[in-house]
Design a protein around this ligand. Structure first.
Ligand SMILES: Nc1ncnc2c1ncn2[C@@H]1O[C@H](COP(=O)(O)OP(=O)(O)O)[C@@H](O)[C@H]1O
Ligand SMILES: [Mg+2]
Length: 382
């Protein structure tokens, strides 16, 4: 029967794809993407305290991956939400935060068992904040958000979906010599085509991408910010997924994913270097403007999260409450953080860092050179 977007695609072929995936162009592109990702992995070593990168890059990823699904939040709302333990605030920011938590839990699961259908189910449950399982009822379809036209109807029937997922899982762990990036591209298409859940398939699939690279040993921590590319090329992403379904067009899909890896690995690498530079610059500024205040740990804390609370300093053992509050006020007086009051909540925003995290390029304005002991640092905080 000819392919019909409105009929459940129960004829979805099993993996591996029939086509020869590693064509000459694909292999060439693979080399570039692999080099970029190897550089990214090394860049991670520039910032020895992993909490800096593991907190921030996945949060940027969470924001864009959620945005692909029209869950839109801002960096400010997101990082502010991330800095607190209690429930409050912006539901979209919360959903994006759950995405980051899901990514972390997926990384943790990899230490216990290889990538599996169960991993996917647990990751999706973590994203959605409720227990998810494979679809049991028909009716899931993908629609064009503007026209309402059905663009794809995934397979249906619980047994069918579980069989397809087992096949997906075998391919994820196959003992062959396929390049891990090509494998990731194939797995991502197939996962989206199976579309095992009622919702959350896109986000789960994008987390599985990063997990597959960690499993293959290409990354140690989940720092690849792939959704940055995807959200900016969403039309291509949808069109190329559909091209595989309709015409078996694997090559352009694989090339798209390789390009996404290369571009985002290069970008993330530059971003990590800029964060490292800002850390060094901030340390110098604090040492010059408020030498009594400087400590390595304090710099780590204000880079582990750009919305700093007194509790963060206490938790990392820098000071008890009274002194911690004084330290933050002093950091504010030398222009490193800005105090922000939200209700009874006291927050210190690390503005320069926040701005850098939200920028497309990798520059930040320098602190003014420190000459005289500044008025600000001599002022005794209350
Ligand atoms: N033609 C298509 N075939 C298969 N999957 C697609 C197609 N177009 C888009 N997708 C995938 O479906 C995802 C959206 O599915 P959905 O379950 O709503 O995910 P989420 O809740 O994370 O939004 C997209 O992000 C994309 O990965
Ligand atoms: Mg959705």
């Amino acid at each position: 029967m000819p392919y019909d977007a409105r009929r459940p695609y129960n004829d979805l072929p099993l993996l591996p794809p029939p086509a020869d995936l590693e064509t000459k162009v694909v292999l060439k592109k693979c080399v570039l993407a692999r080099t970029a990702i190897a550089d990214l992995r090394r860049a991670g070593e520039l910032i020895p305290d992993q909490s800096v990168l593991v907190n921030t890059i996945p949060l940027l990823e969470a924001k864009d991956s959620s945005e692909i699904e029209n869950i839109v939040t801002t960096n400010d709302a997101l990082f502010r939400e991330a800095s607190q333990r209690d429930e409050a605030g912006d539901p979209s920011a919360k959903e994006a935060l759950r995405y980051r938590a899901a990514l972390y839990s997926g990384v943790q699961m990899l230490t216990e068992r290889p990538l599996s259908a169960r991993t996917a189910i647990e990751v999706c449950s973590a994203i959605k904040g409720v227990d998810m399982d494979v679809r049991k009822t028909p009716g899931t379809e993908l629609k064009n958000t503007f026209t309402g036209d059905i663009i794809y109807t995934p397979p249906e029937g619980e047994t069918k979906l579980r069989d397809l997922l087992s096949n997906w899982e075998r391919f994820a762990n196959a003992d062959d010599d396929l390049d891990p990036l090509v494998r990731m591209a194939v797995l991502h298409y197939q996962f989206e085509a199976i579309h095992p859940f009622i919702d959350g398939n896109g986000r789960t699939g994008r987390i599985l991408n990063v997990l597959s690279l960690i499993q293959a040993g290409l990354l140690d921590i989940p720092t690849l910010y792939l959704s940055r590319y995807i959200v900016r090329t969403k039309g291509d992403y949808y069109r190329l997924l559909q091209g595989v379904t309709e015409r078996g067009d694997w090559e352009p899909w694989v090339l798209y994913i390789l390009q996404a890896v290369e571009v985002t690995a290069t970008w993330t690498n530059a971003r990590i270097r800029a964060i490292r530079d800002l850390m060094l610059h901030t340390a110098d500024h604090v040492k010059a403007a408020a030498p009594n205040l400087y400590s390595h740990d304090l710099i780590q804390v204000i880079f582990a999260q750009p919305y700093v609370r007194i509790g963060h300093l206490i938790d990392s053992g820098i000071a008890e409450r009274h002194a911690a509050s004084r330290y933050l006020k002093q950091l504010a007086s030398i222009g490193v953080v800005v105090e922000e009051k939200r209700g009874r909540d006291k927050l210190f925003v690390h503005r320069k860092y926040m701005d850098l995290l939200g920028r497309d390029d990798h520059v930040f304005p320098a602190y003014p050179p420190f000459a005289e002991p500044s008025q600000a640092s001599k002022k005794k905080p209350k």
